[in-house]
Ligand binder design. Structure first.
Ligand SMILES: [Zn+2]
Ligand SMILES: [Zn+2]
Length: 324
């Protein structure tokens, strides 16, 4: 995204003054133009300078070595379901063109083993939740294999399309002991099924790794959870530093399309598919994620099919899941 709108660019300013004062501007105007150009040129480094106010990113970066070991080598993803909907329903003020809206699971791969981020839901669960996505049975089987082979599982938040498989599926009992759920996520499961759209047997709550933290929590070498309540009370984003030095944030559903971060625009009001969001909290998160992006971090938006594809093309993500 351009940091300076076109109307403020030096070329545009010069043209505007020229047309108002004839082909060759008099000396005083030339001086004004020069000063304007200097002001614009001087202003640019300030606009491009690293932004100071990103405590979340600074804290996460400071914790990448908290758990000793080799950093992850890659991040894989697989879309288990796909849908298409108007961009204008994802981001306030966006054009009305249709965009792909997949349901992915993510795999953070280490030299030995992997962590899964988000778990999707099985087809029955999707139907019960009135999800109109096209569901891919074969891909879901691969996702389940990756979840079963994972060392650890975390979820960005407690909506059925992210948490379903670990709490309400044929493999939920098997996955529970290695699934980390925050206290807020567990509270929603126990008390707000209207929002999670995920039936949950409270007697099974003790089978999970239930934990809590205030702002950041390192869970593996190069992997730090960052609290981001707003879309749901239990929302968090996952900061990942790869062995290559690349930094990625899996941002869940803070926004439904990357444009939401670029423009710092929220979902349109009526688009609360399940439950009300805390819009003030989300505004703060969009702002710091945008800053993180300007600082060179790749911010992955779960349901942005175009962005997932572009990131796979650019080698930031890897399309598909490894099972060994
Ligand atoms: Zn969600
Ligand atoms: Zn979602």
């Amino acid at each position: 995204m351009r940091l300076l709108p076109a109307a403020h660019s030096p070329e545009r300013r010069t043209t505007m003054i020229r047309s108002r004062h004839g082909e060759f501007p008099p000396r005083t105007i030339r001086i004004v133009i020069r000063r304007l150009l200097c002001a614009v040129v001087l202003a640019q480094p300030l606009a491009l300078a690293p932004l100071a106010a990103q405590p979340e990113l600074a804290a996460a970066r400071g914790l990448v070595h908290a758990v000793p070991g080799d950093f992850p080598t890659a991040i894989g993803y697989l879309n288990i379901a796909e849908w298409s909907f108007p961009l204008s329903e994802a981001v306030e003020g966006a054009p009305n063109r249709p965009v792909p809206l997949p349901t992915p699971v993510f795999q953070v791969r280490f030299p030995r083993g992997w962590i899964m981020v988000d778990a999707g839901m099985d087809r029955e669960h999707a139907v019960a939740a009135d999800d109109s996505s096209q569901f891919f049975v074969d891909r879901y089987a691969r996702a389940v294999a990756a979840l079963r082979g994972a060392s650890l599982i975390v979820v960005t938040h407690e909506h059925y399309d992210h948490i379903g498989t670990v709490v309400h599926s044929a493999v939920a009992d098997e996955l529970a002991p290695k699934t980390m759920l925050t206290r807020a996520q567990m509270e929603s499961l126990l008390h707000n099924v209207k929002m999670t759209l995920t039936p949950f047997d409270s007697a099974r709550a003790g089978h999970y790794i239930v934990f809590d933290y205030d702002r950041e929590l390192p869970i593996a070498p190069g992997v730090v959870l960052i609290k981001a309540p707003g879309h749901t009370p239990g929302s968090q984003v996952v900061y990942i530093k790869l062995a290559s030095g690349r930094e990625v944030i899996l941002s869940g559903d803070v926004t439904l399309n990357h444009l939401g971060i670029e423009m710092e625009k929220q979902k349109p009001d009526p688009n609360h598919r399940v439950g009300a969001e805390d819009r003030a909290a989300i505004a703060g998160e969009l702002a710091w994620l945008h800053q993180a992006e300007r600082a060179g971090v790749s911010v992955v938006v779960s349901h942005d099919g175009e962005q997932l594809k572009a990131f796979a093309h650019d080698g930031i993500l890897s399309d598909g899941l490894a099972t060994r």
